[in-house]
Design a protein around this ligand. Structure first.
Ligand SMILES: [Zn+2]
Length: 92
Protein backbone atom coordinates (compact mmCIF):
# COMPACT_ATOMS: atom_id res chain seq x y z
CA UNK A 1 0.00 0.00 0.00
CA UNK A 2 2.74 2.43 0.89
CA UNK A 3 4.40 1.48 -2.41
CA UNK A 4 1.38 2.77 -4.27
CA UNK A 5 1.54 5.99 -2.32
CA UNK A 6 5.25 6.39 -2.96
CA UNK A 7 4.54 5.94 -6.64
CA UNK A 8 1.90 8.63 -6.42
CA UNK A 9 4.42 10.99 -4.88
CA UNK A 10 6.93 10.34 -7.64
CA UNK A 11 4.22 10.89 -10.26
CA UNK A 12 3.02 14.08 -8.63
CA UNK A 13 5.85 16.19 -9.98
CA UNK A 14 5.32 15.22 -13.59
CA UNK A 15 1.74 14.14 -13.73
CA UNK A 16 -0.42 15.41 -10.86
CA UNK A 17 -3.66 14.03 -12.31
CA UNK A 18 -2.38 10.46 -12.54
CA UNK A 19 -0.73 10.82 -9.14
CA UNK A 20 -4.04 11.78 -7.64
CA UNK A 21 -5.72 8.76 -9.17
CA UNK A 22 -3.03 6.43 -7.88
CA UNK A 23 -3.23 7.95 -4.41
CA UNK A 24 -7.02 7.73 -4.40
CA UNK A 25 -6.80 4.10 -5.42
CA UNK A 26 -4.38 3.43 -2.58
CA UNK A 27 -6.65 5.12 -0.04
CA UNK A 28 -9.76 3.31 -1.28
CA UNK A 29 -8.00 -0.06 -1.32
CA UNK A 30 -6.60 0.45 2.18
CA UNK A 31 -10.10 1.17 3.42
CA UNK A 32 -11.49 -1.94 1.76
CA UNK A 33 -8.73 -4.17 3.06
CA UNK A 34 -8.74 -2.39 6.40
CA UNK A 35 -5.02 -1.78 6.08
CA UNK A 36 -3.77 1.21 7.94
CA UNK A 37 -1.71 3.80 6.14
CA UNK A 38 1.11 4.96 8.41
CA UNK A 39 0.48 8.41 9.81
CA UNK A 40 3.71 9.85 8.44
CA UNK A 41 2.72 8.67 4.96
CA UNK A 42 -0.91 9.71 5.25
CA UNK A 43 -0.14 13.28 6.15
CA UNK A 44 1.77 13.76 2.93
CA UNK A 45 -1.55 13.52 1.11
CA UNK A 46 -4.50 15.85 1.08
CA UNK A 47 -7.27 14.55 3.31
CA UNK A 48 -9.96 15.83 0.98
CA UNK A 49 -8.80 15.26 -2.57
CA UNK A 50 -5.95 12.79 -1.90
CA UNK A 51 -3.48 14.62 -4.08
CA UNK A 52 0.13 14.04 -2.99
CA UNK A 53 1.28 17.15 -1.18
CA UNK A 54 4.51 18.40 -2.73
CA UNK A 55 5.79 21.73 -1.41
CA UNK A 56 5.68 24.36 -4.11
CA UNK A 57 3.80 22.09 -6.50
CA UNK A 58 0.53 20.97 -4.91
CA UNK A 59 0.88 22.49 -1.48
CA UNK A 60 1.85 25.70 0.24
CA UNK A 61 3.40 25.87 3.68
CA UNK A 62 3.08 28.86 5.93
CA UNK A 63 4.27 29.22 9.47
CA UNK A 64 2.07 31.44 11.58
CA UNK A 65 3.39 31.96 15.08
CA UNK A 66 3.68 28.41 16.36
CA UNK A 67 1.38 26.85 13.83
CA UNK A 68 2.33 25.21 10.58
CA UNK A 69 -0.34 25.89 8.00
CA UNK A 70 -0.50 23.52 5.06
CA UNK A 71 -2.73 24.47 2.15
CA UNK A 72 -3.65 22.12 -0.68
CA UNK A 73 -3.50 24.11 -3.90
CA UNK A 74 -5.76 21.63 -5.66
CA UNK A 75 -8.87 21.84 -3.50
CA UNK A 76 -8.05 24.55 -0.99
CA UNK A 77 -7.98 22.18 2.01
CA UNK A 78 -6.19 23.67 5.00
CA UNK A 79 -4.49 21.72 7.75
CA UNK A 80 -2.89 23.28 10.81
CA UNK A 81 -0.20 21.62 12.87
CA UNK A 82 0.75 22.90 16.28
CA UNK A 83 4.51 23.18 16.31
CA UNK A 84 4.74 23.71 20.04
CA UNK A 85 3.18 20.33 20.80
CA UNK A 86 5.31 18.54 18.26
CA UNK A 87 4.16 18.06 14.70
CA UNK A 88 3.63 14.32 15.16
CA UNK A 89 1.02 14.83 17.84
CA UNK A 90 -0.86 17.47 15.91
CA UNK A 91 -2.73 14.91 13.84
CA UNK A 92 -6.48 14.97 14.56
ZN1 LIG B 1 -6.75 18.74 -1.71
Amino acid sequence: MTELLSLAEILAKNDPETAKEVAELAFITSRKLRVRIPRNVKRRFCRRCHVPLIPGVTMRIRIKRKTLVVTCLTCGWIRRYELSRGVNKGEN
